[in-house]
Write a protein that binds this ligand. Structure first.
Ligand SMILES: [Zn+2]
Length: 157
């Protein structure tokens, strides 16, 4: 697939996933709402597309941990949800935060995750598949991501 692809509606469908170098944090979308409020969406890419991926329990536990702990650092967090390809997450924030603040939020939250003693809400009452979790798996992925902190903003190889 080397020819130019037609322009698509979804921003990430216009990203050449062969050209990126995970891990990275990338501003994927910025929307100004009718009243003037701004919402931004960041890709938090853990694994190299089409080469590696996170196992589903790792994705699931990272989702729970990040969703819960990121809100201790910022009231801008609207959503943190997994990419279906299991290579990363979408982080949606309100307002128009500086990229450095977003990176600091990701760093602080992943550091919390490495210190966590349990996955929040990993039970049948608070989750749709409470048994499908791994704290150590999520922590290994968080540590690997943190180790590359210096090059998170370098999206392309
Ligand atoms: Zn869950």
């Amino acid at each position: 697939m080397t020819e130019q692809q037609p322009r698509m509606n979804v921003e990430s469908f216009n990203l050449d996933h062969r050209a990126v170098a995970a891990p990275y944090v990338r501003l994927a979308d910025r929307k100004e709402l009718p009243a003037g409020d701004v919402i931004v969406k960041y890709d938090v890419r853990f694994a190299q597309p089409n080469t590696a991926h996170l196992e589903m329990p790792v994705v699931h536990s990272l989702e729970h941990l990040f969703a819960e702990k990121s809100r201790n650092h910022s009231d801008r967090v609207l959503d943190f949800s997994p990419m279906g390809c299991q290579t990363g997450f979408y982080l949606m924030l309100s307002g128009d935060p500086a990229e450095e603040d977003v990176l600091d939020l990701v760093e602080a939250t992943l550091t919390d995750i490495t210190d966590a003693t349990e996955v929040p809400a990993a039970n049948e009452v608070q989750c749709g598949w409470g048994a499908n979790h791994t704290l150590t798996g999520a922590q290994d992925a968080a540590r690997a991501f943190l180790a590359e902190r210096a090059r998170w903003t370098q999206v392309f190889a």
